[in-house]
Design a protein around this ligand. Structure first.
Ligand code: GLN
Ligand code: ZN
Length: 765
């Protein structure tokens, strides 16, 4: 019999229950017990859903209040002293590490003021994890037993589960050393951390767990020799301990072939690999299995929403069975289903023709089961016939093709991706028009998305207020934001993006070739979820998308207002892309649509246009090589095609966040000014890399994920630190990212301090 296996299920709840509960807890409106109860209900319903669907191997500990990597930091007491010193409850310590905490003193508790830990992209996904932050003073010990608790929770419900943990090598390698321990290489902590893994595994075994899943996705990266060697050491150690559960080592999002020697001979019970991404690795990985190890064949895509091709999947798994026999092969999701929306059945507004092409997490669970059943000789012919029919409908649908768009993409030439003059000429012309002071101040685009904004948007969507009423409301909001920025004396203003639900969805909704869900939420980080639009066909822009609001904003102020667009790569990366057309082609289709928008903004008198590309880095292929070089080229070119339509006088800005960036990649975009998330980067080497960036840039000065308010002195200190390496003439002053998740109060205070710090330096320079 071939078993079915799901590596993890979305934790947000079918109706975003977790978001409401955690945010309520942060606001003091939901108690700790209530929050735990919501979590319990979500877990219970996830397990039940999978059990009822007939999944053989169901994960536990895939739930998290914020992030599964941070869970492990808490479990192993990898808690920097600046958090532990307040003696908060474990849950509050956890949230303080996740998002920072600033709290006034009360009768019973001292004041708290601590920024969040660094948060970075989870491989090439739009999920973010909180980086384990190690110090020489880290005191490794078990702190609670979350994996055991969750295993027991499931067991009580009659569901036998396989607990999932990030494995030791990935946990260390994905972490970093804290400021006080600059020379500490996290991988050197392996000996200290392994006994903790053994302890938690022992507890799991005592609780009745027969097997665990260890996620070691770092195996799809280029790894230094000592990290490669760490695998053997780690898994040999765990194998030498008595009475632990069996370990399945799971990787995903890439090929492991370049690291095959690190995997070979590892004493684990089985492996899981991602064959959606890299089907060609099958023979290589089979060649390293011993004659007992199992192979989990990740064949149902955990990263996209397209229906699986049952016939192809069966054929693929059969080729593995032919070499290994059916009791050593499992059919599984390529990764956790965390990256897919919960349930397609909740989609009431999708065109039924298009809806029939999709599978969300709930549907994917059934796909895994159906494929496994077929391979086990069960009769699932009805499901297979329906699947074949859906696939055929999609392949032959007229929705996917637009000949005009195809022709325009084919006509893109080099000059379309080049500004009229080099930067030094352009900036001169721009300075004559903009007349900005030294250390110009600006923000990244969005201002707080208040409850009022959301209520009005909902009313408009539901039709309870008219378009005129809604636009009136938006204009009032824009005016408020403009007046505020004038009042605190920012130099380059923004309209605040109140009309935008999301930076990709907003544009996607106005493009042809996109489809939208009403409930297709996916966790991006913590309580922040996104609802990625779905690219279903060739993309085009029927009419201007953003001009009206920006022009209104510019009409009520003398200061320059930045037009605000989302770049082609970010639109692509934060959508579910097509799987029938390559990503480069989709990026160029988007680039042409944005190019038309840039051109319209310029024609409407907008002097500064920002085209955000926060996702440009996450699209980088995980390993060095030809694919990565190609990506560098087409991602940069698509940005240039989108922006180079303007004259020298129009200043093009771009913005990047969420990841360590490569200045050379940014340089290839040739934007006049870039703003970069930077507030949590204190590594001088990283700053140094930007010292020679040829155009202007603003290294983000404060963390917008946190409600914390840095003082003017803190800004001055930070700027001083940057000024050691970075020339004043190119120095822009701005936050890390947009302010839409912040409240007004902290936004006002923080931006005021930031502007005053810029003024301080204007007096010195
Ligand atoms: N302009 C967007 C904003 O300010 C940029 C968001 C982002 O980079 N994620 O919200
Ligand atoms: Zn950003």
């Amino acid at each position: 019999m071939v078993q079915s296996y799901v590596l993890g299920f979305p934790r947000i709840g079918p109706n975003r229950e977790l978001k409401k509960a955690t945010e309520g807890y942060w606001n003091g409106k939901v108690s700790g017990e209530q929050l735990q109860q919501v979590a319990k209900d979500i877990k219970a319903s996830n397990w039940k859903l999978q059990k009822d669907a007939g999944v053989d191997v169901i994960a536990s500990n895939d739930f998290s209040f914020y992030d599964q990597v941070l869970d492990l930091s808490l479990l192993f007491n990898v808690i920097p002293q600046r958090y532990s010193k307040y003696e908060l409850s474990p849950l509050d310590t956890y949230f303080a590490m996740a998002r920072g905490l600033q709290r006034k003193a009360t009768d019973s508790a001292a004041a708290v003021d601590v920024p969040a830990l660094e948060m970075v992209k989870w491989f090439d996904s739009n999920y973010h994890y909180v980086r384990p932050t190690f110090s020489n003073s880290t005191e490794f010990k078990l702190n609670g037993q979350k994996p055991v608790d969750e295993f027991l929770e499931a067991k009580q419900l009659g569901v036998e589960t396989r607990p999932v943990l990030v494995g030791p090598v990935s946990f260390l390698h994905l972490g970093k050393s804290d400021k006080d321990s600059a020379d500490l290489d996290p991988i050197s902590l392996l000996d200290k951390i392994l006994p903790l893994y053994a302890q938690i595994l022992k507890k799991l075994a005592d609780a009745g767990a027969k097997s665990v899943q260890f996620d070691e996705p770092t195996l799809v990266l280029d790894l230094p020799a000592e990290v490669q060697a760490a695998f053997n050491k780690a898994y040999s150690y765990l194998a030498s301990q008595e009475g632990l559960p069996e370990i399945t080592l799971a990787t995903y999002f890439g090929t492991v072939v370049p690291n095959l020697s690190a995997l070979k001979g590892l004493p684990v019970a089985g492996f899981h690999f991602d064959f959606v991404r890299n089907p060609e690795q099958l023979d290589d990985v089979i060649s390293i299995l011993n004659d007992k190890q199992t192979l989990s064949v990740g064949i149902v895509d955990g990263r996209n929403i397209w229906k699986n091709n049952f016939t192809n999947s069966v054929k693929f798994v059969e080729s593995a069975i032919a070499k290994l026999s059916s009791d050593r092969v499992l059919v599984s999701t390529s990764s956790s289903l965390l990256h897919t929306p919960v349930n397609l059945d909740n989609e009431t507004k999708l065109n039924p023709e298009i809806k029939d092409w999709f599978a969300f997490a709930t549907q994917k669970v059934s796909e895994v089961v159906n494929i496994a059943k077929k391979l086990s000789g069960e009769d699932v012919s009805a499901a297979f016939e329906a699947n074949a029919k859906s696939l055929n409908n999609r392949a032959t649908s007229s929705i996917t093709n637009n000949a005009e768009v195809k022709a325009r993409v084919a006509s893109i030439n080099e000059s379309m991706g080049q500004r009229a003059s080099p930067f030094l000429q352009r900036i001169k012309e721009q300075e004559q028009i903009l007349k900005l002071p030294l250390f110009p101040t600006t923000t990244i685009g969005s201002f707080p998305q208040t409850k009022d904004i959301r209520i009005n948007r909902n009313k408009f969507t539901k039709g309870t207020i008219s378009r005129e009423q809604y636009e009136q409301f938006i204009n009032e909001e824009i005016e408020r934001v403009i007046r505020f920025q004038e009042e605190i004396d920012l130099d380059v203003l923004v309209h605040g993006e109140p009309e935008r639900n999301d930076m990709v969805q907003f544009f996607g909704e106005q493009l042809e070739g996109y489809a939208f869900t009403v409930n297709g939420w996916v966790q991006s980080y913590g309580s922040r979820y996104v609802r990625p639009p779905i690219i279903v066909g060739d993309l085009s822009r029927p009419k201007a998308m953003s001009v009206k609001e920006v022009v209104y904003a510019q009409s009520i102020t003398q200061r320059p207002v930045k037009g605000m667009l989302t770049g082609p790569v970010t639109c692509l990366r934060w959508s579910f892309p097509r799987d029938d057309v390559d990503q480069k082609t989709q990026a160029y289709q988007l680039a042409l649509a944005i190019r038309d928008e840039v051109s319209d903004l310029e024609a409407a008198g907008i002097k500064v246009i920002q085209v955000d590309e926060p996702a440009v880095r996450e699209g980088l292929p995980l390993r060095a090589g030809q694919e990565r070089t190609e990506y560098y080229n087409w991602s940069a070119e698509s940005f240039r095609v989108a922006t180079s339509v303007v004259t020298n006088k129009t200043q093009i800005h771009s913005h990047f966040c969420y990841s360590d960036l490569d200045p050379n990649h940014i340089k290839a975009l040739d934007a006049d000014v870039v703003s970069i998330e930077f507030s949590k980067k204190d590594d001088p080497n990283y700053i140094l890399q930007f010292a020679n960036y040829p155009n202007h840039s603003g290294l983000g000065l404060f963390d917008i994920h946190s409600p914390r308010i840095p003082s003017k002195e803190e800004f001055i200190q930070k700027m001083e630190q940057f000024l050691k390496y970075y020339p004043a003439e190119k120095f822009w002053v701005n936050p890390d990212c947009g302010l839409k998740t912040r409240g007004w109060e902290e936004t006002k205070a923080t931006l005021t301090n930031m502007v005053n710090a810029a003024k301080h330096f204007r007096q010195i320079y």
